[in-house]
Design a protein around this ligand. Structure first.
Ligand code: AMP
Length: 315
């Protein structure tokens, strides 16, 4: 297994592999790997000759009061997990390499809406890294409403990773359902020659969706975090009994979550699975999605109804 930090070296290596006829599978991550990430590696492996896993905590997708600085990392552990999972190349670029010329101020830039720092303006120099992708309507609701600028940062970094690793397939988790739809749309709209593979949600044995952020939870919060998947089960049970009115399902989910001491609803929504527009009734495939603060930790989860199995929600 190779570890590459330089974007240029990554691109040259990928170009050489593609010229040699190899199919490249990309798994983009922010590191602190868990079984969810490794399931993506296995899906990439099945469809490619070379698997590249990228590790990059992307500052432009974090808001001012979010956990960019605290985001957990353990490169040696990630490296061992990747080696055991059959990853061929870890691409692990630095902040400076991904956002040249503005690295020290890039987090600040994300916070001030990409306008450049005062120092940039006073020096009269170009503000360094400047080009971002505009996500469009799919980013307006759900996490896009709660985290302004988040998907602009996500799409920008994913487009950069696509150009650097030249994948034939790229694998993304259904856990981040809105991100997945946005990447599918970006690939279609910008004509990236890349097949996007959807990976089902991987859960802990008690049903909590695996996440690098679960590590923030205290033991009491960890127990209470089960309310996310319990709320999804409530939705599924009501649906199975014939309930189709979205507001009634949302109300039942909210009541369950608000009864938990450390839980605070960010959003509970039922949207069309393709357009992500809110639906009043669950007639076509609908995405039931929620974001909940457990203490200070924001967790997300989702389920498609009728249940297509991608949520792996326990009975
Ligand atoms: P992250 O490192 O959290 O940015 O996630 C990297 C990729 O792994 C994204 O495509 C996520 O959707 C995916 N992922 C994260 N958690 C899970 C999970 N529990 N099950 C499946 N995929 C996941």
């Amino acid at each position: 297994m190779e570890v590459i930090a330089s974007p240029l070296e990554m691109q040259q290596t990928a170009l050489g592999l593609r010229q040699a006829g190899k199919r490249i599978g990309l798994v983009p991550t922010m590191g602190f790997l868990h079984e969810g990430h490794l399931s993506l590696v296995r899906l990439a492996r099945a469809q490619s000759d070379i698997v590249i896993l990228s590790i990059f905590v992307n500052p432009t997708q974090f808001g001012p009061n979010e956990d960019f600085k605290e985001y957990p990392h353990d490169f040696e552990r990630d490296r061992a997990l990747c080696a055991a999972a059959g990853v061929d190349i870890i691409f692990n670029p630095s902040l400076e390499a991904m956002y040249p010329a503005i690295a020290p101020s890039v987090a600040q830039r994300a916070m001030d809406g990409g306008q450049g720092t005062m120092a940039d303006k006073m020096a009269g120099r170009p503000a360094g890294y400047a080009v971002y992708l505009e996500p469009g309507d799919l980013a307006h609701g759900l996490c896009g409403a709660a985290r302004p600028g988040h998907f602009r940062g996500v799409l920008t970094v994913v487009a950069k990773l696509f150009n650097l690793t030249m994948p034939t397939v790229a694998v993304f988790g259904q856990k981040d359902a809105q991100q997945l739809r946005l990447i599918e749309q970006m690939v279609r709209d910008l004509n990236f020659p890349i097949a996007i593979v959807r990976a089902p949600i991987v859960r802990e044995s008690d049903g909590l969706a695996k996440s690098s952020r679960n590590t923030y939870l205290s033991p009491a919060e960890r127990r209470e975090s089960l309310c996310l998947m319990q709320a999804l089960k409530t939705a599924r049970n009501l649906y199975r009994k014939g309930e189709r009115a979205a507001p009634r399902i949302i109300e039942a989910m909210q009541a369950l979550i608000e009864s938990v001491a450390s839980a605070h609803v960010d959003y509970v929504a039922i949207v069309d699975a393709d357009t992500l527009e809110p639906v009043p009734r669950l007639e076509a495939p609908a995405l039931v999605a929620l974001a909940v603060y457990i203490g200070k930790t924001r967790l997300i989860d989702n389920l498609t109804l009728p249940d297509d199995g991608a949520s792996n929600l326990p009975e």
